[in-house]
Design a binder for this molecule. Structure first.
Ligand code: F6R
Length: 605
């Protein structure tokens, strides 16, 4: 949800900023811009569109100076346009600001600035920051004090970076509820919304906390608490990801690369640090009410997780959509509540908002995330980093399957702790868990072509239905989300048994209905639902056990899946639907890595 970046060092800043912005484009891509400083002057280039389109028009590499900031935008205040694109400047055009987040009191601050005769030309909340700094400087403040004073007046969420022509030796940054990391180099420093953007230059990162600012120079950085203005010392964390992990390589899109990376990502998840798995299991065991909390795909992983916890650990957990949590369960939270939050980015505002509410009511907060140093890792009492490597495609793929595998391991640990399973059952489940990466490998290699063929046949459909029972309902939800967000084809997902209580009325001749039918205890009922749909003329596409001839015969298209313990089936059965979504998008001429109106990390409520 907007990406910001900054560089200060001996090199030309603009090409470095441009490259870093491309790595942040998954955070927003409706407009972009860069500002640099040289010889006491501020240079700005910005426009509407994706970064490479803008670069073709304006040459983003061609700005002078060794210090600069950049931005790629996902609109919140003001439509995508050149004027609303960042960086924003003040009246003197010597101060430039980029921002990710939402400033809640911007109307009041804007009014105040207009009364002081500032000319505000955009519709954004960001522009006011440049003018607030300008105003303080006019009243005699030094740039650092002016920046800290301006930031202290903001309410809401922000990661901000600023440069000012009168002091070209510094980048001024601040954060509150939006991520910001300093990349620490030898004789240079960078700053970015995501450490992934600067990995090419340094793997050392310092993560700012809420309510902190930093002054970044070529040879160091100072972190300052906004409240007390006191300095904080913090040493860098080493980011374990290799640069090559965030490149597309031979794949046409990041999403395709990330789908194919799943067997390895799943292998990584089998090497979690066991002390943390134990700790999370122990803390879950102490809870009276246990919630699994997430948004979007991560919520779908929570839904799968709740079935797994119930079946393996005989423990009831409530999967909850993060943005609904406070309204639905807020009044019942107590010290006996445990919330296990699942978030790839660890920065989703809906998740953090719910957790902050629960934390203040003494709930135990636990986390599963893919992002070292994310806010989720800081507010969780204990957390697991799933180590899936960077996921650049906006649609979650490898991180979903890995999240489910983490949850399965946690459930198994909890079962052992509670003595819920016999030794032979534990052994069998461990064996199944360890066979998942090679099964995933088989599925990745065998379903790509088949799903492309299905996509070719169904790409002109006006809507899809996805049905599954039990844990396969979570697979249906995830299949629906992937297909809908990438192909823009409205889709419905339902528990198969519930479909006859209303949704079946949409079925007419040739309507495509996907069934998810692993070999589990609900298979017979699923077959009943397939018959009901067929009787009304639906086209049946089944993703089912490869030896299930009965389902094969009932289906217009049949996608055979290897044998798997049904409890872990979402990990494997989600894969063909990722391919389906990918191919539908490509066939329809859409960019699967950057679906319209979306951003990977949603840092606004
Ligand atoms: C869908 C997708 C989103 C995210 C959601 C939560 O493919 O990627 O639905 O799953 O925005 O993001 P995280 O997991 O970062 O909290």
């Amino acid at each position: 949800m907007c990406g910001i970046v900054g560089y200060i060092g001996p090199e030309d800043a603009a090409p470095i900023l441009h490259k870093a912005l491309l790595r942040l484009e998954y955070r927003g891509y409706d407009s972009a811009g860069v500002a640099t400083l040289s010889n006491g002057r501020l240079y700005v280039k910005k426009d509407q569109g994706k970064i490479e389109e803008i670069h073709k028009r304006l040459n983003l590499d061609d700005l002078p100076g060794n210090v600069g900031i950049g931005h790629t935008r996902w609109a919140t205040h003001g439509a995508p346009s050149k004027i609303n694109a960042h960086p924003h400047t003040d009246c003197t055009e010597t101060i430039a600001v980029v921002h990710n987040g939402v400033i809640e009191n911007f109307i009041e601050l804007r009014r105040e600035l207009l009364d002081l005769d500032h000319s505000l030309i955009s519709k954004t909340d960001t522009e006011i920051i440049a003018h607030l700094v300008e105003e303080s400087i006019k009243r005699g403040a030094e740039p650092e004090t002016a920046f800290l004073d301006a930031i202290s007046r903001l309410r809401g969420s922000y990661a901000v970076a600023m440069i000012i022509a009168s002091n070209p030796d510094a980048i001024y940054v601040a954060r509150n509820e939006a991520p910001l990391a300093i990349g620490v180099g030898e004789g240079f420093n960078l700053v970015s919304s995501d450490a992934n953007a600067f990995l090419e230059y340094t793997q050392k990162a310092v993560f700012l906390h809420n309510g902190e600012a930093a002054i970044i120079r070529r040879d160091g950085y100072r972190i300052i608490k906004l409240g007390t203005r006191s300095e904080v010392s913090r040493s860098p964390t080493l980011i374990p990801w290799a640069v090559s992990m965030s490149r597309k390589g031979e794949y046409e899109h990041y999403m395709l690369k990330e789908i194919y990376e799943q067997p390895n990502a799943l292998r990584n998840v089998l090497h979690l640090q066991q002390i943390y798995v134990d700790l999370l299991a122990e803390l879950i065991d102490r809870g009276r009410d246990i919630f699994l909390l997430g948004a979007g795909t991560s919520y779908n992983a929570c839904m799968a997780g709740s079935y797994i916890f119930s079946k393996i650990a005989r423990t009831s957990t409530y999967p909850v959509i993060a943005s609904e949590f406070i309204d639905n369960y807020g009044s019942s939270i107590s010290a006996d509540t445990v919330i296990l939050a699942v978030s790839q980015s660890g920065e989703t505002a809906d998740v953090l908002n719910a957790l902050e509410y629960a934390r203040l009511r003494a709930a135990t907060i636990l986390g599963i995330t893919n992002t070292v140093g994310s806010t989720l890792t800081r507010i969780s009492r204990a957390y697991i980093v799933q180590n899936s490597g960077p996921e650049i495609g906006v649609a979650a793929t490898k991180t979903f399957t890995s999240q489910v595998l983490v949850l399965a391991q946690l459930a198994l640990r909890l079962a052992r702790l509670k003595g819920k399973l016999a030794q032979y059952e534990m052994d069998e489940l461990y064996e199944t868990l360890h066979s998942i990466p090679s099964i995933a490998e088989k599925v990745v290699n065998s379903t790509d072509g088949k799903m492309r063929e299905i996509a070719e046949n169904l790409m002109n459909s006006s809507s899809f239905f996805f049905l599954g029972r039990g844990i396969s309902y979570s697979t249906a939800l995830e299949a629906r989300l992937k297909v809908m967000e990438l192909s823009y084809i409205p889709s419905i997902a339902y528990p198969a048994g519930e479909s006859k209580h209303g949704p079946i009325s949409v079925i007419e001749k040739s309507y495509p209905v996907f069934f998810i039918v692993p070999r589990d205890e609900s298979r017979k009922q699923n077959i009943g639902n397939i018959m009901e749909m067929k009787a009304r003329g639906a086209r049946i596409i089944s993703v089912a056990s490869e030896d299930d001839d009965e389902v094969r015969e009932l289906s217009d298209y049949f996608v055979g899946m290897p044998d798997i313990n049904p409890l872990l089936s979402p990990i494997i059965y989600a894969i063909p639907f990722q391919f389906l979504a990918y191919h539908l998008a490509v066939l329809k001429g859409y960019d699967p890595d950057k679906p319209r109106n979306l951003a990977k990390s949603v840092t606004v409520l």
